[in-house]
Write a protein that binds this ligand. Structure first.
Ligand code: PLP
Length: 393
């Protein structure tokens, strides 16, 4: 048994005695969500079938999808459903325009490569949003592009991409639009009545605050209906999963039943909090508090505030030689907070998340832990080193 021994200097912990997760997921979940997993469910039993139906309906409601959209859930982490979306929606004869400004856009390019789909790439640096004008130019120049895929919030930096502006361009140019909304879904608005898309994917364990194990695709039925035979793998075939689920109300293969029960509870809590508006408000509050507090210590954010989504914040590593990220991480961990390393090529950074079952009390306690940690390490200068002229790493 891997029970954690509490170190002497621990100052904070969740109701289950764990450190708070200030990461982009998996996240701290509520006791109610964890409690929902303390049962066994038969996958062909009506109780689980009801849970599954509710989850699918609640997810369509989040995008105001009405009768035009359906939810196709899929076992696995978020990447599995991203891969399923690309393979199912982009036919072997299609061509995918991938808008890249971070690691998750890069990953979609790799996925398209595995599936041997033709790709066009527009890449901008990680600290810049996707440029809608360049998308329009690319679509006008190449009539062969059939699909465009965008990452809603690029979790690499926490940058918000202009999903709505690009949607208008893609629709005007008569192409199909796919969205990786993994780290945004549920906290940033994605209203299908305003943003025209064929498919958007996310997972149970980010802003909807469930546990990991399920991804889902919110799909326009009329578009999904035309995808038969596209998918390069049975397990990743969203068309087949959809048809089977409509016919039998059941999953094709063993569903992660406890994960879905927890997800159902998480969606009830989400609705009680006021849906997307309520969740956005809490996360935006967390983000403001975090950024202001860190700036008071002298830290600098990678992004200007107008590009920052309230999901995860990238801070530049201080130039003070006494600052060592691993030491900083370990000391915060012992005080009850888990943060996240950086994943950038443009600068040395680390990240702190604003999402999960956390609020101002946890952010204030985390800031207090940061202050104590800086004192312990003797770090006095939290300003960043000048940006390297060339990309690092
Ligand atoms: C988390 C995330 C994914 C999926 O990552 P997994 O580790 O497979 O869950 C995909 N795209 C974005 C933008 C993400 O933030």
């Amino acid at each position: 048994m891997l029970a954690e021994k509490k170190p002497a200097d621990i100052t904070a912990s969740t109701p289950t005695g764990d450190p708070w997760l200030l990461t982009p997921g998996p996240l701290t979940t509520t006791p109610e969500v964890k409690q929902a997993m303390a049962h066994d469910y038969g996958s062909r039993d009506h109780h689980f079938i009801d849970i599954n139906r509710c989850v699918r309906e609640m997810l369509v409601d989040i995008v105001h999808g009405g009768g035009d959209f359906t939810t196709v859930p899929l076992q696995g982490s978020g990447t599995f459903v991203v891969e399923a979306m690309i393979g199912t929606f982009v036919p072997p004869t299609g061509k995918l325009l991938v808008l890249v400004n971070g690691a998750y856009g890069q990953r979609i390019v790799r996925i398209a490569g595995y599936h041997r789909r033709a790709v066009e790439i527009i890449e901008v640096p990680e600290d810049r949003p996707v440029d809608p004008v360049s998308v329009e130019r690319a679509l006008v120049a190449d009539a062969g592009i059939t699909h465009v895929v965008i990452v809603h919030c690029e979790t690499t930096t926490g940058i918000l991409n202009p999903v709505a502006e690009v949607a208008d361009i893609v629709q005007r140019q008569g192409r199909r639009y796919l969205i990786d909304s993994m780290s945004a879904f549920g906290a940033l608005p994605l209203d299908s009545r305003e943003i025209y898309f064929d498919a958007a994917v996310a997972s149970s364990n980010k802003c909807l605050e469930g546990v990991p194990g399920v991804g889902f695709c919110i799909a326009r039925k009329s578009a999904l209906d035309k995808t038969k035979g596209n998918a390069p793998a049975l397990t990743l075939d969203l068309y087949d999963q959809w048809i089977a689920m409509e016919k039998t109300a059941q999953w094709r293969f063993t569903p992660p039943v406890q994960v879905l029960a927890a997800f159902h509870k998480a969606l009830e809590i989400f609705a009680e909090e006021g849906g997307v508006d309520g969740r956005y408000r809490r996360y935006a509050g967390n983000c403001h508090l975090l950024v202001n507090g860190m700036r008071e210590f002298g830290f600098q954010t990678l992004l200007p505030d107008d590009l920052q989504a309230p999901i995860i914040v990238t801070f530049l590593t201080p130039r003070d030689r006494r600052f060592d990220f691993q030491d900083f991480y370990d000391r915060l961990r012992r005080k009850g907070f888990v943060i996240y390393p950086g994943k950038l090529t443009v600068a040395e950074t680390f990240r702190i998340g604003c999402i999960g079952a956390i609020g101002p009390d946890q952010i204030n306690a985390a800031l207090d832990a940061v202050r104590k940690t800086l004192d312990e390490m003797g770090v006095t200068d939290c300003a960043a080193a000048a940006k390297p002229a060339k990309p690092i790493g």
